[in-house]
Design a protein around this ligand. Structure first.
Ligand code: 5AD
Length: 345
């Protein structure tokens, strides 16, 4: 048995073993890892993919994250905000597409106060009974409490990098420690929690990515997202090369082996990095796809990175293509809510 196979045969990995798997250079060596990721997905979460409809309802942001195209210093970006009614009618499109989760995402935009978001949660539950994931960045703790009481199910708050120095270099405020405190607080409130990293940040090493994976495991995340970095032209990182596809796929496969029951998306960033990125992600262990239902009129303005995929067509007309692409990967589309699988363990 070679080294890779002997590592893959284990139930858990040391940091050194994670680094060995992430360092596999040769295609022939990577294939057993990719196959193991897919088999683990089938074993722990089934040969199924969940769809989550995302509404990116505002690109205003008080933060200035160096990598992100909607950072506040990007003055060339035209900003938009969707109204309560627009968000609600978009949630209806998600419901009509037989998708049972809505992800409400925006830049950190205080225009949407605690009350607005609470009312939105109550209304979406009343009208469509969708599972609700919030992805609104760091907010006040009392707001998380109110939104949980209003009926929100999940909260996504990516840690972006487990390396505290890189975290501080790429964010204008807050620290990794604070971010993780928010995540723990959300967890304590009973939210299903999601976090994850960006792969390919300047200065980031394979060891840092191993730390990202270990962090995700420590927090026993219900959802974990690993996005390849893609440059955005109006940011200080415009000349940073995009992430490696291989490294992204290796990270996804190792993530599946370590995190087992977590919901792991094949991200839109991965689909942007490679024409068949979504399929490749599913084939190494991902089990979630998040089509954007943001109305076409504003979708192109939610430009966290350049050349984002599928932003010129509306989601309802993209769905047949997306469903066919997913089903070409030996998986079926799960029509359930796709709640945390840890709840059943
Ligand atoms: N490339 C890839 N992912 C990015 N994100 C933000 N900017 C980029 C980029 N340039 C990711 C972050 C954020 C999520 C909404 O998008 O991880 O949490």
């Amino acid at each position: 048995m070679n080294t890779t196979e002997s590592i893959l045969g284990k139930g858990s990995f040391s940091k050194g073993e994670i680094i060995s798997l992430l360092s596999l250079q040769n295609r022939d060596e990577q294939i057993p890892l990719f196959r193991a990721g897919k088999l683990a997905r089938n074993k722990y979460v089934g040969a199924k993919v969940h769809l989550r409809g995302i509404i990116e309802f505002s690109n205003y942001c008080t933060q200035d994250c160096i990598y992100c195209g909607i950072r506040k210093s990007n003055l060339s970006l035209e900003r938009y905000r969707m109204s309560f009614e627009e968000i609600l009618s978009t949630a209806k499109l998600i419901y009509n597409s037989e998708i049972k989760t809505v992800v409400l995402q925006s830049g950190e935009d205080p225009y949407y106060d605690c009350d607005f978001i609470s009312k939105l949660i109550v209304k979406i539950k009343e009208e469509f009974n969708l599972a609700i994931t919030l992805s609104l960045g760091e907010r006040e703790y009392y707001e998380y409490e109110k939104w949980k009481s209003a009926g929100a199910d999940r909260y996504l708050l990516k840690h972006e990098t487990a390396n505290p120095e890189i975290y501080s270099q790429i964010h204008n405020s807050g620290s990794l420690t604070e971010r993780l405190e928010h995540l723990s607080y959300l967890d304590s409130l009973g939210f299903q929690i999601g976090s994850g990293n960006i792969i390919g940040l300047p200065g980031q090493t394979i060891e840092d990515i191993a730390d990202d994976l270990i962090l995700c495991s420590k927090y026993q995340l219900d959802m974990a997202s690993f996005s390849p970095f893609i440059p955005s032209s109006d940011t200080p990182f415009s000349d940073v090369p995009k992430a490696s596809l291989d490294l992204t796929l290796k990270t996804l496969a190792v993530a599946r082996l370590i995190l087992k029951y977590a919901h792991i998306p094949a991200t839109t960033a991965l689909a942007t990095l490679d024409e068949l990125g979504r399929e490749k992600g599913i084939n190494v262990g991902a089990n979630v796809v998040m089509p954007s239902f943001t109305p076409v009129g504003v979708k192109t303005k939610y430009s966290i990175y350049d050349n984002k995929r599928c932003i010129t067509e509306d989601a309802s007309s993209c769905m047949p293509c997306l469903r066919a692409r997913i089903e070409s990967c030996d998986v079926e589309i799960d029509n359930g809510y796709g709640h945390s699988l840890y709840l059943n363990q």
